[in-house]
Design a protein around this ligand. Sequence first.
Ligand code: HEC
Ligand code: HEC
Length: 300
Amino acid sequence: MKPKKKNTTVLTGCTLLLGVLSLLPLSGSGQDESVEEIVETLRIEVDRLTSRAELERGRKIYLRACAPCHGIQGDGKGPAAHGFDPAPRNFRRGAYKFRTTVSGALPLDSDIERTVREGVPGTEMPRWKDVLSETDIGAVVQYIKTFYPYFDDPDSLPLDEDIIEIPEERPFEPSPSSIAAGRKIFIDQDCVKCHGDGGKGDGPQADELIDDWDVPIRPANLSLPYYKNGKRDQDIYRVFTSALNGTPMPAFDELSEEERWQLVDYVQSLEVEQNWIYWLFKENPNQVRHPPIKPPESRE
Ligand code: HEC
Ligand code: HEC
C-alpha cells in the first residue's frame, strides 16, 4: 500500500530542497539565520506531510482489517463482532490492557504494536504479523491512536519514570523453593480471591467482576498453556507489575524484584496438561477461535 503520489512528490521535493539549502555556502551571520529558518520550516513541513501520509496509510488498513470488529468509529462495535467475549476493544476510551507502563497510564506505541503483531491468544483478536508488514503495523497503530485525542496531548503521555523496565535476564533459575515462595506470595497478595487456589480462574470473587466497559469479566485461568499477554516469564512479570487497565486485575507495586520472579515461577508451575486443546495451543499459542480476516493486500 503506497502513500498518495502527491505526498510522495512533495516529500521528495522538500527533502531535496532541504539538502541543497544545507549545502549552500554561507556568508554573513544574518543570511545564515534566515537560511536556517527556512530549513527548519521545511523540516517541519516534511514531518507534517510524512505523518499525514502515514495516517492515511493506517486508515486504509484499519478500514479493511480492523473495522469489521473494532468498528469504523473505533468504538468496538464492528459488524463482525456480534457476541464476542471479550468484545473487541473500544479505542475511544483510551484504556489499553497490555502495556509496559504503570497502572492507569497510556501505552507506548511499541506496546500497541506488539499486541497487533502477536494478537491476543484465546480471543478473537488475530495475530497480524503474518499479514501486515512492520510499516503497516506502525501506520495502523498511529491511526487507532487518533480515536483517543489524549494521545496528542504531551501532558497525558507516559513519563520516563512511568515506563516499566523488565529485566531480560533473571537473577535466579526456577526451582522448587522459588515456586514454594511464589505460592506463599500468591496467597498473601490475595491472588487466590480472584484466580482461585489452583489458579483456574475460579476464586470466590470470580463471578462478581465487572470491567470498565460494564461487562462481566472472569479472572484468567492461569493453568492454560497460553496467556493473552504472552507466556514468557517476562510477560507474566509485566502483567502483575503494570496491571491490565480497564479490568479488575490490579498492579502489585510493593513486591521486591526477588518476589516478582518467585511469583512468576509459581504462576508458570500452574500450567496443567489437559486435553487435545492443551496440545493445540501449546504448539501454536496464537491459535484463534476462527481464521483471521485477511486484508486484500498482502505483505509488501
Ligand atoms: C476478528 C475480530 C478482530 C479483528 C479483525 C481485529 N481485532 Fe483487535 N481485538 C479484538 C478483540 C476481541 C480484542 C479484545 C481482547 C481482550 O480484551 O482480551 C481486541 C483487542 C485489540 C487491542 C487491545 C490492546 C490492549 O492493550 O488493550 C488492539 C490494540 C487491537 N485489538 C488492535 C487491532 C488492530 C490494529 C486490528 C487490525 C489490524 C485489529 N485489532 C483487528 C478483535 C479483533
Ligand atoms: C480483583 C481480582 C484479581 C486479583 C486480586 C488478581 N487478578 Fe490477575 N486477573 C484478574 C482478571 C479479571 C484478569 C483477566 C483480564 C482479562 O482477561 O482481560 C487477570 C489476569 C491475570 C493474568 C494475565 C493472564 C493473561 O491471559 O495474560 C495474570 C498473569 C494474572 N492475572 C496474575 C495475577 C497474580 C499473580 C495476582 C496476584 C499477585 C493476581 N493476578 C491478582 C483479576 C485479578
